[in-house]
Design a protein around this ligand. Structure first.
Ligand code: HEC
Length: 270
């Protein structure tokens, strides 16, 4: 290959690379997430989240890096954990596993439910919060549900009795700028995506039929759950935050004495 061919090749590769990078910016799928209202040090919220997790998620998902007795971190006693969190033949020192075999799960749902121990490190709290709020009824899918954040997801909307039946609301705009403005103006989770005819769709989720919980109560339920998933991804983080504060206070006190000592030393020099 001579130098000219090489240059042509490099330019072509660079154009392809830049082109690929540009695509999402110029009117592609754009997801606006709602910030997750989670408070890491709120123990009551973490306790509720742990309860929600074992009741609604652990039938399909495992958390194999989390032991039940670690929940004492959250201010629960071993008796409380035994009575309210450990079901079936599991023991308090066990990790949170499920009885379902991965192969069966794959056959039933198309994809095996992943272990959720460290999912918050992969996805982050905001993604998880919006994913759980992003389900909507979709008769064309095999589970009857679909998700705005995770299209064609294999997981059904397992919390539908609490949330009610959410539906997808689509508004179409001929002008992309108007669509973006509408997306910015609307609160919460919004997906902006181009439609084949050059129009732009702005999609949101709205509740069609009410569930057993009101909207605010349900959002708190989901926020607690996400708070717990975040805790589980890094249980020692709360200790680290507290330790960090103690160290800062210690340094603050030390500074006062060090400064005082310095003034004593320099008193005679000035
Ligand atoms: C009926 C079984 C079932 C239950 C119950 C269930 N899930 Fe799932 N979940 C799945 C399946 C199956 C998938 C894989 C979906 C896929 O990849 O298409 C999944 C995927 C997920 C994912 C996406 C993981 C990723 O990043 O790919 C998250 C997060 C999740 N589930 C959280 C939860 C939470 C939180 C609960 C409890 C409220 C829960 N799930 C209850 C079956 C279930």
């Amino acid at each position: 290959m001579n130098a000219k061919n090489l240059a042509v090749l490099l330019v072509a590769a660079a154009t392809a690379f830049l082109g690929a990078g540009e695509a999402p910016a110029s009117g592609g799928r754009d997801l606006k997430l709602e910030p997750a209202p989670v408070k890491r040090l709120d123990t009551a919220s973490l306790q509720r989240g742990a309860r929600n997790f074992v009741n609604y998620c652990l039938n399909c998902h495992s958390a194999k890096y989390m032991r039940y007795n670690r929940l004492t971190d959250l201010g629960l006693t071993e008796d409380q954990i035994r009575e309210n969190f450990v079901f079936g033949s599991a023991k308090i020192g066990d990790v949170m596993t499920v009885a379902m075999r991965p192969a069966d799960a794959k056959a039933w749902f198309g994809a095996p439910p992943p272990d959720l121990s460290v999912i918050s490190r992969v996805r982050g709290s905001d993604w998880l919060y919006n994913y759980l709020l992003g389900f909507y009824a979709d008769p064309s899918s095999s589970t009857g549900w679909n998700n705005l954040v995770f299209p064609s997801v294999g997981m059904p909307h397992v919390l539908w009795e609490l949330s009610g039946t959410p539906k997808l609301v689509t508004a179409e705009f001929a002008d992309h700028a108007a669509a973006s403005a509408a997306a910015v103006a609307s609160k919460g989770l919004v997906l902006t995506e181009p439609l084949p005819g050059g129009k732009t769709a702005v999609r949101t989720i709205a509740n069609e039929t009410p569930g057993t919980m009101g909207d605010v109560e349900y959002r708190t339920f989901v926020a607690d759950l996400v708070n717990y998933l975040d805790y589980m991804g890094e249980p020692v983080r709360n200790t680290r935050i507290t330790l960090g504060l103690i160290v800062l206070i210690f340094l603050g006190v030390l500074f006062v004495f060090a400064y005082w000592l310095k003034r004593e030393y320099w008193k005679d020099v000035h």
